[in-house]
Design a protein around this ligand. Structure first.
Ligand code: SOE
Length: 373
């Protein structure tokens, strides 16, 4: 197996989770095939140098263009703010690099389409980091749905709630500025449960939604007295219909006190139901109507057996894994795709489809009506 040199742009929160993943993924490969942490890039020399030391990157850059131009680098991992994804990914594709990009893929549908065209033209491997797909319990849920264990799907119910901006004094960071982030809770976390809906149930055919900004002004970063306008949503609700007829009900918020990173999913079908709760992410609850009437009830599947997706590479049964492993699985699948020359989902095409749903919900919110996809 060829050894790949990895370049990474961005070193803050997502950069940390990805750096950690690139380090830990060696567990999946023989020493000779382990990816090399070649270069990490960030605008602040001091910060990025410290990150390189901490995570074991060999080189440091402060201009992403130098990483893209470096012929030694095979794959690029983009963890920057949303408004730079397109420019970097397109340049990387043109330079023949395989690209893994954080979500949301782009600022809007037009940008996502341009990115998809660029990676297709360059024939490079492209993947969006919707890491929650790679929770073993979620991958197991998909296996069970595909196997028909739930029968015909009627409902996809998903909530993604956080509370980190509930304090009105929380500053106007980039994630709260539409010019940089595109949207708020919508693109940041609703995008994840939209992706999981597409992964587990299928394509959306229609949506209706409402975005809301409760805190309209916030202190500018570094200033107590000056305030700026919040230009993204704090929360969003979405109703939807899938092409296969199932109904969707989604809720995403960053102002839900007590909810730190709460993701709950319930899927109901003609034969049974599945429930997933991220705070108990090694478990899947399954109700089967095929069970005898005298013993019906939700059963707990502890998704830690060697037969479950991804779990074999980790610990013995019952030894649970966590959030960081979802990124390890993501970079593992990405590397496998690069080495084997095949594609890996979610591709930029999935990123584009996600963006189409996001945009349709925004349109629906503005126009107060259902929007067809
Ligand atoms: C911030 O809201 C954030 O880091 C998201 O950007 C991630 O995608 C999510 O996993 C956790 O929260």
């Amino acid at each position: 197996m060829k050894t790949l040199n990895v370049g990474m742009i961005g070193y803050k929160f997502m950069g940390k989770t990805h750096s950690n993943a690139w380090r830990q993924v060696d567990k999946f490969f023989p020493v000779s095939a382990q990816p090399v942490l070649h270069t990490i890039c960030g605008r602040d020399k001091k910060g990025v140098t410290a990150a390189a030391k901490q995570f074991g990157w060999n080189h440091v850059e402060t201009d992403w263009r130098n990483v893209v131009a470096n012929p030694e680098i095979d794959v690029l991992d983009i963890n920057t703010a949303n408004d730079t994804h397109a420019e970097i990914a397109i340049a990387a594709a043109k330079a023949g690099k395989h690209v893994l990009c954080e979500k949301p893929l782009a600022m809007n549908v037009r940008e996502a389409a341009t990115m998809l065209a660029a990676v297709k033209k360059a024939r490079v491997v492209h993947m969006v980091c919707h890491n929650y797909r790679r929770i073993p319990a979620i991958a197991q849920a998909r296996k069970m749905i595909e196997a028909g264990d739930l029968g015909r799907i009627f409902h996809y119910r998903a909530r993604y709630l956080q509370d980190w901006i509930v304090d009105p004094e929380f500053p106007l960071v980039w994630r709260l500025q539409s010019k940089i982030a595109g949207s708020g809770a919508h693109g940041d976390i609703n995008a994840h449960i939209i992706d999981l809906g597409r992964y587990l149930v299928g394509e959306f055919s229609e949506v209706c939604g409402r975005l809301e900004t409760f805190v309209k002004e916030r202190p500018l970063p570094g200033s107590k007295s000056k305030k700026g306008r919040v230009t993204v949503d704090d929360a969003v609700i979405t109703l939807g219909k899938f092409r296969n007829g199932a109904l969707a009900c989604l809720e995403a918020s960053r102002v839900a006190p007590g909810r730190k990173n709460h993701i709950q999913i319930e899927i109901n079908g003609s034969k049974g139901s599945l429930i997933f709760d991220f705070e108990d992410m090694n478990r899947l609850k399954f109700f089967s109507r095929a069970d005898g009437a005298d013993r019906q009830g939700y059963r707990d599947i502890l998704v830690t057996e060697g037969v479950h997706p991804y779990v074999g590479a980790w610990w013995p049964p019952g030894h649970i894994i966590g959030y960081e492993h979802t990124f390890v699985h993501t970079v593992f699948d990405f590397i496998q795709a690069v080495v084997k020359g095949r594609s890996v989902q979610p591709t930029f095409e999935d990123g584009l489809k996600n963006q189409q749903v996001l945009e349709a919900v925004e349109k629906s919110s503005k126009q107060r009506r259902w929007i067809k996809l």
